[in-house]
Design a protein. Sequence first.
Length: 85
Amino acid sequence: MEKKANSAFMKPLTISAELAVIVGKGPMPRSEVVKKLWVYIKANNLQDPKSKRNIVANGDLKKVFGGKAVVDMFEMTKLVSKHLS
């Protein structure tokens, strides 16, 4: 019996222009998008030092986050989903 490795999670998705500025041009799986997003967040020191779960958006991230200045990790994945198709 063949086991499918969560194919929905690994399916390459189209990335919006706003998100592509941060993670690069797609298509790429959601897991890769999230990984690259964290690389960007850490590289630009965008985690709130008092509460690491909160991401403080810079100009490019604000476009992805619908104009929000601060989002938590769980809200971030929801907002990023809007940029994947």
